[in-house]
Design a binder for this molecule. Structure first.
Ligand code: ADP
Ligand code: MG
Length: 551
């Protein structure tokens, strides 16, 4: 364990000093404290007024970010419960791409409220049951309060994208607006409909390439694929318009095994013939490419110098050793087919790009395969002054891609700034009376926990959160109150519809369901055993209770 870890060197983060087993209440109390510590660690980053965190590794690598999932995964947490918290942020990131800070804060708060119930003598299974009911009901209320997303209404999508980028420090309003436009264009370009007519957006086909240099405002959408490789031979053209492209999974070289096979060469003449034969075979390969009139070949495998020489003589551009994932993107961008044997190569298999060009970017060559016709795979080329900025730029883009596609895929959005959480809390409080029994108390606590979002948004803006919360609760009980949230610029509440603070319903839904699930997992643990004994100086020594997730 090194010193930069959460609770560094304190073995007591797993089990308190001098203990090797925690039972019942003690285990729960302890785990809840850990979960709350993790949640508290990232609270200050929530919302546009949230702060950034600088994470410094042992090796001195620096990450500056506001992104919940990134902070947690860089934090190097050791405690199994802390790992569960990291996992929910990662899942949120993977499933919906945004709301990672919120999900962790909400989990922490659900557990804090659970502790209050446990202290009153309520059994954990009652809490869990109540939380489950509340989470299910929340899904209903979310839908009830949601507005429909119109795919053709770019202004709504733009707002959703802007909110997800809101808290990231990557440039001014204008730069962010431009990045959001790029994201919407990219998504619309790659999205398709499945057999049932449902819109599907595969994020793999929005490639993000980054290179330091210029500024974030120079980030660009490329209608095609950018490959971090150079053109294989100096004699080849550096650029080609209206390019016909052969996509190959073929090595343009004589297979090693063939050369290695025992060949006894006893005279210089024999050597000569052997080399000539080899050359002949390579020349033959190039002829097959020439025959279909390809201007460019891109191969996943290698190409040897002789082959490159002939290709270059024929004026054909070659790019070799391209990643498999890039080849897949190329088929979708150029509409070409990947060919595994040159004998099968036909003109109809070739892809098309309006321009194939090698450009020198920040001292390195990159090949742009762009201006493709209706490409189903595109690239966002991120620029920025420093590595830290382009990394945060990439994270902002992924968040916005996640937010916009969640909005399109699920078809609904809610009001942000804590507005929807207040609606949920109000709704759950009246639902609690229907639930009755002791579970009712858990449903009420769930409602209280949701209000942590507007509370923290206000706190991070330096505003009196208790007062704001009261105003919001009351406003939301009125007819037009639904869209009111925290005004982080003025002490008060304001209309999120006017401000354009919109969030995809799917992001909220995922956050609530996984926070409830994580809380349940943690509450169910009532026995913590240091299974391999404690290492004398090294903390928990890997003793993780069974079934506790983590990595
Ligand atoms: P997360 O990782 O959870 O997405 P963010 O730091 O992106 O965390 O903050 C998201 C929260 O900030 C959401 O609740 C959102 O509604 C709120 N928010 C974003 N922009 C504004 C704004 N201009 N005014 C008030 N709240 C905002
Ligand atoms: Mg966000």
């Amino acid at each position: 364990m090194s010193d930069n870890r959460l609770g560094s060197g304190q073995q007591d983060l797993f089990l308190p000093e001098g203990t090797n087993r925690l039972l019942g209440r003690n285990a729960q109390r302890y785990n809840i404290a850990v979960a709350m510590a993790v949640a508290n660690a990232i609270k200050t980053t929530l919302g546009p007024k949230g702060m950034d965190k600088m994470l410094v590794s042992d090796l001195g690598d620096i990450v500056i970010t506001n992104d919940g999932a990134t902070i947690l995964s860089e934090m190097n947490v050791e405690h199994p419960v802390a790992k569960i918290m990291v996992d929910i942020a990662k899942t949120q990131d993977k499933e919906v791409g945004d709301g990672t800070t919120s999900v962790v804060i909400l989990t922490g708060e659900l557990l804090k409220k659970a502790q209050e119930l446990l202290d009153k003598g309520i059994h954990p299974t009652t809490v869990i049951k109540g939380y489950k009911l509340a989470a299910e009901k929340s899904t209903e209320i979310l839908k009830e309060k949601a507005q429909k997303v119109d795919i053709d209404n770019d202004s709504i999508l733009q707002k959703i994208a802007m909110v997800s980028m809101g808290s990231k420090n990557i440039g001014d309003e204008e730069t962010k607006t431009q990045l959001c436009k790029i994201v919407i264009k990219a998504i619309k370009q790659v999205m398709s409909k499945d057999a049932s007519g449902k819109v599907v957006i595969d994020h793999d086909f929005i490639k993000i390439e980054k290179k330091p240099g210029k500024s974030v405002a120079d980030t660009d959408l490329i209608n095609g694929v950018l490959i971090d490789k150079e053109i294989a031979h100096p004699g080849m053209p550096k650029s080609c318009r209206d390019a016909k492209i052969a996509l190959l999974d073929v090595a343009l070289e004589i297979e090693k095994t063939e050369v290695d096979a025992k060949i006894e060469i006893t005279s210089p003449e024999q050597m000569q013939t052997f080399l000539q034969q080899e050359e002949h075979m390579l020349k033959d390969m190039v002829e097959k490419i020439k025959k279909v009139k390809a201007d460019v070949i891109i191969t996943q495998k290698g190409a040897d110098d002789v082959a490159l020489h002939y290709l270059s003589k024929a004026g054909i551009i070659a790019i070799r050793r391209v990643k498999k994932s890039d080849m897949e993107k190329l088929t979708r961008a150029t509409s070409g087919k990947i060919i595994t044997s040159l004998d099968d190569l036909n003109e109809s298999d070739l892809g098309y790009a309006g321009l194939v060009e090698e450009r020198k970017i920040g001292g390195e060559q990159m090949v742009f395969i762009e201006k493709c016709k209706n490409p189903k795979s595109v690239t966002i080329f991120v620029r920025g002054g420093t590595n830290q900025i382009i990394d945060e730029g990439e994270r902002s883009l992924t968040d916005a891609i996640g937010a916009v596609s969640s909005a399109i895929e699920s078809g609904y959005y809610n009001y942000g700034g804590g507005a929807i959480e207040v609606d949920l809390a109000n709704g759950l409080r009246s639902f609690a009376t229907d639930v009755g029994g002791r579970e009712q108390l858990a449903v009420q606590m769930f409602a209280d926990a949701l209000e942590i979002i507007p509370t923290v948004l206000a706190e991070n803006a330096g505003i009196d959160s208790i007062n704001i919360l009261m105003q919001l609760r009351n406003k939301h009980k009125t007819k037009d109150g639904i869209s009111y949230g925290v005004d982080i610029f003025k002490e008060g509440i304001t209309d999120m519809a006017t401000k354009g603070i919109l969030e995809p319903m799917k992001v909220k839904q995922q956050a609530i369901l996984s926070a409830a699930e994580a809380a349940e997992i943690i509450l169910r643990i009532d026995d913590m055993i240091a299974s391999r004994g404690k290492a004398p100086a090294g903390g928990m020594g890997g003793g993780m209770p069974p079934g506790m997730g983590g990595e």
